[in-house]
Design a protein around this ligand. Structure first.
Ligand SMILES: Cc1ncc(COP(=O)(O)O)c(C=O)c1O
Length: 364
């Protein structure tokens, strides 16, 4: 079976981890500081604050921006559940705006009508590795005095008008979960040019401790370890190469499946460089489940990102959430992710194309 994801861990990562283990400093220490510095430089921002996961990075970012009870944050319902949950953790209220059916990212033309006097922030997601339409998102934020927090968990190294994700809004949040474009095992990071926000996030990350034994706010233990940062430092050096291989795999897949009826290949926005965290097609006509079964039975792993919108999850229904997002619901019924990761061989991508062609012949 060709897996849908497979992290590429090399000798350098292993050596770096062993060095940390032998150093005696295995919690947050010098490797985390070095990783923060290098990641900030890579993204092109002044500050980076590492965290224990992408989820805790998002949680910290929202708190660091001063968002809390009674505030609304506009986001997409077509994402991993952490996107909405981090707003709930802060006691704020997610407001879900529908997606653009071509890119699967929040539809910028629908954001302004969702703004109320309680709205404090916009939280776009760069889904599958494709940047959201940040020009319009930042325009709405400017006009309505809102903070922009990018959920860049899936978009390390992606570009929008030649600028990196994580540098496009007030803050960016990345995940380093093993399926992501680069990994630290578990891990996350916040990127920002705003020194005050970075300081707030650092304090909140370590139990609200401003100086030793002086706890000024209710904080958390959301620290990254030096073991994780040691992996991240090697992975960061390889990130552009990993992304290039993802893009080459995606290009091959698109070239060979674009004429197959019943399947819509990914659309890349003008001005965007997509880093293909996922290569996600649409299978119409109510055939997605059958199509997926055929692929799985013939050795091609798949994923559904995501089979249900956030507001339709039990958690959100129990909290009385609802939203009018027909494009998100339609996408949830039709999307199917194929393997695109840098660990694929030429034979793997050829096999994926062959199995898809056969599946389409049999089912459509
Ligand atoms: C869009 C999105 N946001 C947030 C997260 C949360 O990151 P993590 O799994 O590192 O907590 C993820 C990762 O799965 C994600 O895909």
């Amino acid at each position: 079976m060709i897996p849908i994801a497979k992290p590429l861990i090399g000798e350098e990562e292993i050596d770096n981890v062993v060095k940390v283990l032998k150093s005696g400093m295995i919690a947050q220490g010098p490797r985390v500081a070095e990783f923060e510095e290098k990641f900030a430089e890579y993204v092109g921002v002044d500050h980076a604050v590492a965290a224990s996961s992408g989820t805790t990075a998002l949680h910290l970012a929202i708190l660091a921006a001063g968002i809390g009870k009674g505030d609304e944050v506009i986001t997409t319902p077509f994402s991993f559940v952490a996107t909405g949950n981090c707003i709930l953790y802060a006691g704020a209220c997610p407001v879900f705006v529908d997606i653009d059916p071509l890119t699967y990212n929040i539809n910028p033309s629908k954001i302004e009508e969702a703004v109320t006097d309680k709205t404090r922030a916009l939280l776009p997601v760069h889904l599958y590795g494709q940047p959201a339409q940040m020009d319009e998102i930042n325009r709405v934020a400017r006009d309505n005095d809102l903070v922009v927090i990018e959920d860049a968990a899936q978009a390390h190294g992606a570009l929008y008008n030649n600028e990196k994700t994580g540098s496009l809004g007030d803050m960016g949040c990345f995940s380093f979960y093993p399926t992501k474009n680069m990994t630290t095992s578990e891990g996350g990071i916040i990127t920002t040019d705003n020194e005050e926000i970075a300081d707030n996030a650092r304090i909140l990350r370590a139990h609200g401790e401003k100086e030793r034994y002086s706890h000024v706010v209710l904080g958390y233990n959301f620290r990254m370890t030096d073991i994780a940062a040691a992996i991240g430092l090697s992975q960061l050096k390889k990130l552009d190469g990993f992304n290039q291989r993802r893009q080459e795999n995606a290009e091959y897949l698109t070239e060979h499946i674009k004429e197959i009826p019943g399947i819509q290949h990914p659309h890349v926005l003008a001005g965007a460089e997509h880093v293909f965290h996922q290569y996600t097609i649409r299978v119409g006509g109510g055939k997605r489940e059958e199509f997926m079964k055929f692929l799985n039975e013939n050795g091609v792993g798949t994923g559904i990102h995501y089979p249900i919108t956030l507001y339709q999850q039990k958690l959100y229904r129990d909290l009385n959430f609802d939203a009018d997002c027909p494009e998100s619901e339609k996408a949830a019924n039709e999307v199917l992710s194929l393997p695109v990761h840098p660990n694929l061989s030429v034979e793997d991508v050829e096999k994926i194309v062959n199995v898809i062609s056969t599946a389409a012949n049999e089912l459509f």
